[in-house]
Design a binder for this molecule. Sequence first.
Ligand SMILES: NC(=O)c1ccc[n+]([C@@H]2O[C@H](COP(=O)([O-])OP(=O)(O)OC[C@H]3O[C@@H](n4cnc5c(N)ncnc54)[C@H](OP(=O)(O)O)[C@@H]3O)[C@@H](O)[C@H]2O)c1
Length: 291
Amino acid sequence: MAIHKILVTGSNGQLGWELAQAASSFTQFEFVFVDRNAMDLSKPNEFESVIALFAPDAIINTAAYTTVDKAETEKELAHIINAEAVASLAGIAKIRNIPFITFSTDYVFSGNATTPYLPDTQREPVNYYGQTKADGEQMAIAANENTIIIRTSWVFSSHGNNFVKTMLRLMKDRDALNIVGDQKGRPTYAKDLAMATIQLLIAINAGATIKGVYHYANTGETTWFAFAEKIKELAGLECNLSAISSDQFPTPAKRPFYSVLDTHKIEKDLGIQIPNWEMALKQCIQQLTHF
Ligand SMILES: NC(=O)c1ccc[n+]([C@@H]2O[C@H](COP(=O)([O-])OP(=O)(O)OC[C@H]3O[C@@H](n4cnc5c(N)ncnc54)[C@H](OP(=O)(O)O)[C@@H]3O)[C@@H](O)[C@H]2O)c1
């Protein structure tokens, strides 16, 4: 059955919002966006009735418990939202025989690698948020072998909370900033990820078999410090930036030192070319400074 009506959770998040912006250009689809009031991910026993009400042909779950440091203490809630709810949605999608797409993170990996992580590399999270997302992946696939998981990393957008917006605010307010320079990853523009997600729906409608784990991030890799330097340059701001080590910036949740995702599988299966992170950042900053 072709996908027409798509239920999207997390409409207020970076990715949910970017999907809503892109949706109007794809008239073959009817998107229904729900926020936490319409569908609370901490209440999986309510999912069936909400989903029955909309009767979608596919479910895209962008909602998640994403406050990485807070997850270290709010463990139960983080686990319900990122693991139990995801498994429940996967199970409902299986019963309804409809595609289910959910998102995961580079933080399912330990960060001990020195080459990009492949979708089938063993999960070994170093913080509780990563553990909940790893559990969510495993439980969703156990509930529904056709689950589609897209892992992404270092997400930014002109909407919501993210590193780019925090840096722009702090660089305007302060003369100098210390930024962690020993963690490496791939920034991801939520707008590009939203477009890839829609391309994935189009591929399914064209008959492609898409299931299992994919990686999506903008191309190129960087450190938080070099990311901040680029934000400063593109926004034309004056602020003295210094690179510090993770040890000098202790946080409740440990971060992996290296979480670069290998994205070849999604590029090949969807026949897409992923934009470079610096070009994507330029677009995002233009959007932010335009308004
Ligand atoms: N952000 C990143 O850097 C990053 C990195 C790697 C992977 N990811 C993954 O990518 C996906 C999209 O992330 P994002 O950046 O768009 O996240 P985000 O901007 O933090 O948005 C998350 C959304 O989830 C919603 N939410 C939280 N608890 C909820 C609940 N109990 N019921 C319903 N909705 C709830 C939030 O609602 P409110 O707006 O009401 O709070 C928010 O709209 C997530 O799976 C995330 O884990 C993100």
